[in-house]
Each structure stands twice: as structure tokens, then as C-alpha cells.
Ligand binder design. Structure first.
Ligand code: APR
Length: 275
């Protein structure tokens, strides 16, 4: 599996900026992290936009995927069980092979050190959970789970037998229609995770945003809300985004190397040492 390890030079200027960002993290009362597809690029999963992006290569899928599912859930399940869209097979194969990278591990360690209140991710690849992050809001769902549209109960894949002759699968609790937990285009964000995100953002005084083009709402609105209410915004991205002008500190580089260095300075100043 090809793993993106972008050539990257840690200049003195960038390292000084990373130290400034580490200071803001230590001062924060309610630090949130928002991640996007860029976090998993170094685990071999392509992003959606920009260089090597799935939408860049195959075009954005139709924005009414959810409406199509509701109109014909059995047909949608047959497509899900036998995908033909190249972007879907590319995403499915790379997610299945992917392992957490240094960026996921650094964020899990930031939580273990007591600095991180919640990590909001747009990624469906389960890598933050596998890296050990516990306070996790998966705003676009999790590809390893199913979800009942009736009662919002989530099932691990091995909890619910899918019979290709009896589609769509039904919830054993409420008999509601079950779909993949991954939020489809046009689907409302599930109420439980959305209200948690809003509650966390309302208390946030510092947000670290890593690996997102900040183009898809409501997630893209969270950092703008934090900046607008006077909070600190820290951005990690090899490219500038719409958030860059709002950022207190903008760290241009790959998440794996930057977040590992950020963790080093967070640990170092609090005398916890570390590699
Ligand atoms: N480290 C950090 N960031 C990176 C890296 C890297 N190694 N490589 C690329 N990036 C950045 C890109 O510069 C880009 O800004 O990651 C970002 C990826 O942007 P998108 O592909 O748009 O992904 P994301 O922002 O998560 O998209 C949001 O759009 O299609 C929907 O549901 C999909 O959750 C997704 C949402």
C-alpha cells in the first residue's frame, strides 16, 4: 500500500510557529480538534479535493444520494453490496487497508495528556478510534457501522446479518430501515452527533483544524464560529484554505510531521519530556 509521506522540511521558522501553537494549546480551557480527509492521506486514503482527490479524479457524486436511498432502499443496498462506482471501490479498498498514522497517534496522545475535550472528524475511516481517541464525534459517520433511520441505533457490521435476498435490512428494535452509518450526500447529519458538535463548539476557546479544505457544512462552519467568538484557531494543512486568513497560527505542512512536532512542544513545555 502506497503511503503518502510528503517530502517535508521542518524549518526554524515553522518550528517556532509550532511552538506558538503548542503554547495556545496548553493555555486552552476547551480545546477541540476538527479533522478532514487530509489526516488520512498519509495512511494511503486519497482526499476528495485537490491533488489526488477522488472528486478531482471522478467528479463529485450526485448531491441527492440520500433521497435516492429513501426512494429505493433495496436498490441502494444492492448497489452498496456490489459497488460499481470507481470512487466507491477506491475509497473502500484504501480504507480497508489503512492504519492510523503519526497524525492520528499524536491527537490520541494529546487527549491522553488531558488537553483535548473532543475530536470532531469528517472522516469515516475509523482511524481516530483505532489510534485510541475516545472523545470522538464522527460527523459524517463511520464506515464500519450501520445505523437505523428509525431510532438512530448503530450496529457494528458483525452485529447485523445482511441477507441480499431480504433488503433493506431492518432494525431489530424498531423495524426501521437500516443503512450504512456513513452520511450520504443530501442526508441530514444524525441529530445525536450534530447536537454534540454544537454543544462542544459553544464551549470551545481553541480549535485545531487539520487536513480539511473547510468546504462542507456544517463542519466547515465550526472553526469560523470559534474565530468569530474570539477563540484561537490553529490550522494544519500543506495548502492554504478559506480558514487560513482567520487562523491565529497557520502551520503549512503534512499532518503527520506537524502534529507529532506539536505534541513534542506541548509535552516539552509542561516538563513531560518526550522524544
Ligand atoms: N496533511 C494534512 N492535510 C492534507 C494532507 C496531509 N498530508 N494532504 C492533503 N491535505 C489537505 C488538502 O490540502 C485539503 O485541504 O487535506 C484537505 C482535504 O480536503 P478534502 O479532500 O475536501 O476533504 P475534507 O475537507 O475532509 O472534505 C469534507 O467532503 O465530500 C465530502 O464527506 C466528504 O467528509 C468529506 C467532506
Amino acid at each position: 500500500m502506497r503511503v503518502e509521506t510528503p517530502d517535508f522540511e521542518l524549518t526554524e521558522t515553522l518550528d517556532a510557529d509550532i511552538r506558538r501553537a503548542a503554547d495556545r494549546i496548553r493555555e486552552a480551557r476547551h480545546l477541540l480538534v476538527l479533522t478532514g480527509a487530509g489526516l488520512s492521506v498519509e495512511s494511503g486514503i486519497p482526499p476528495f479535493r485537490g491533488k489526488g482527490g477522488l472528486w478531482t479524479k471522478y467528479g463529485e457524486p450526485p448531491l441527492d444520494g440520500y433521497q435516492r436511498f429513501v426512494a429505493d432502499p433495496a436498490g441502494a443496498w444492492r448497489t452498496l453490496l456490489n459497488p460499481t462506482e470507481p470512487w466507491m471501490t477506491a475509497l473502500r479498498e484504501t480504507v480497508a487497508a489503512a492504519k492510523p498514522n503519526a497524525g492520528h497517534r499524536a491527537l490520541a496522545e494529546l487527549e491522553a495528556l488531558g488537553h483535548l475535550r473532543c475530536l470532531i472528524t469528517q472522516n469515516i475511516d475509523d482511524l481516530h478510534r483505532q489510534a485510541g481517541t475516545r472523545a470522538l464525534a464522527e460527523i459524517h459517520g463511520n464506515a464500519t457501522l450501520y445505523r437505523c433511520l428509525g431510532c438512530c441505533r448503530r450496529f457494528a457490521r458483525d452485529e447485523l446479518a445482511i441477507d441480499p435476498e431480504d433488503l433493506p435490512p431492518r432494525c431489530p428494535d424498531c423495524r426501521g430501515i437500516v443503512k450504512a452509518d456513513t452520511v450520504s450526500f443530501g442526508e441530514p447529519i444524525p441529530e445525536d452527533v450534530l447536537s454534540r458538535c454544537f454543544a462542544e463548539v459553544a464551549r470551545c476557546d481553541c480549535m485545531l483544524v487539520a487536513g480539511t479544505s473547510a468546504t462542507v457544512y456544517p463542519a466547515a462552519g465550526f472553526p469560523v464560529e470559534v474565530a468569530r467568538s474570539g477563540g484561537v484557531l490553529l490550522e494544519v494543512n500543506p495548502e492554504p484554505t478559506e480558514l487560513t486568513p482567520l487562523a491565529t497560527v497557520s502551520l503549512q505542512g503534512p499532518a503527520g510531521a506537524i502534529l507529532s512536532r506539536l505534541l513534542h512542544w506541548v509535552r516539552d513545555a509542561s516538563g513531560e519530556g518526550g522524544s
